[in-house]
Design a protein around this ligand. Structure first.
Ligand code: PMP
Length: 307
């Protein structure tokens, strides 16, 4: 299912390791009806450590193919974390420069990982959060349009397409076509939009859900409270069935339970996705629910979440 990187033999590049992640069965995290199963895609096992490797690969390889990245241009985009690391890794593997625009308060793990790959960081005002980074990236592109290729993950249809082409079919195959419900946290919306479209084509009866933070000011890194944010161009609630709102407190409790009871050291948004999945499971008589664990808790160790 993984797309081969331009110019590399199969298995010859880290880029070829993106995707085809395992599907785990979650059995101990909550009491759910006996005929309901919950599965989760272990996306932190991607080589860049998150689900965002998939979208970054698609957007960058397409730009290599269509010439947008020719002539010494570098990749420049806003991201507060996982996409930034994915661009930095892919840029290093392809010998392409990377500049990341991110709020100044992103944690040390992110800063050090991005810089370890040789990418540069331009900081935006931490008070303005990820929306501030989006606006600054647009300004840099306007100022220096020849220097940068800006994938614009929030508005680039290749972002959901990556999930339509890889994550969706993987879930279908790994469940043997038994999946009945799909739930993903929404940041750019790439995962929910792309997987939803693919699964509904394969079986129109499959129900799909976006998980969103319940509060405008939340601690669910990577997810967006759409009502109070710049809504991504690729995000369209018509592409899935419903939104499930999850509080930061419930997501953190679930995250801790995942670590202690399943041995799965997931990040905040994984806790939110599983919270939504368990809530849905408790309303069903039978079903096969699939969700996504976007990254690892290791990415947040300095944030005093673990004590
Ligand atoms: N969780 C985390 C930790 C993320 O970094 C992201 C990406 N912003 C998401 C979830 C949401 O993924 P998507 O952008 O595909 O909606």
């Amino acid at each position: 299912m993984s797309e081969p990187a331009t110019g590399y033999v199969s298995g010859g590049s880290v880029i070829d390791l993106i995707g085809n992640t395992p599907l785990l069965k979650l059995e101990k995290i909550a009491d759910i009806p006996p005929d309901v199963e919950i599965y989760a895609k272990a996306e932190w096992l991607n080589p860049g450590g998150s689900v965002k490797d998939r979208a970054a690969r698609k957007m960058v390889l397409e730009a290599v193919r269509n010439g947008e990245l020719k002539g010494g241009r570098s990749i420049m985009d806003s991201s507060s974390g996982n996409t930034a690391i994915a661009y930095a890794m892919i840029g290093a593997a392809l010998g392409i420069g990377v500049t990341i625009v991110a709020p100044e308060n992103i944690n040390t793990e992110r800063k050090k990982t991005i810089e370890a790959f040789g990418a540069g960081i331009v900081y935006s005002d931490p008070i303005e959060g990820s929306d501030g980074a989006i606006l600054l990236a647009r300004e840099l592109k306007k100022r220096d349009s020849d220097k940068y290729f800006m994938p614009d993950q929030y508005n680039n249809p290749l972002n959901p397409l990556a999930h339509y082409e890889t994550t969706g079919p993987e879930i279908w195959e790994q469940t043997g076509g038994r999946v009945t419900h799909f739930i993903a946290g929404a940041g750019t919306g790439g995962t929910i939009m792309g997987v939803s479209r693919r699964l509904k084509e394969l079986n129109p009866r499959i129900r799909t859900f976006a998980a969103q933070p319940a509060e405008a000011i939340h601690g669910l890194e990577g997810l967006k409270h759409m009502e109070t944010s710049i809504v991504p161009g690729i995000y369209d609630p018509a592409g899935f069935d419903e939104t499930i709102f999850v509080s930061t407190e419930d997501a953190y409790a679930m995250m801790e339970s995942m670590v202690r009871r399943e041995g799965l050291f997931v990040g905040h948004s994984g806790g939110a996705a599983v919270c939504a999945a368990v809530g849905k499971a408790q309303t069903l008589e039978s079903g096969v629910i699939v969700t996504v664990l976007p990254d690892s808790g290791m990415r947040y160790l300095s944030e005093k979440l673990w004590w």
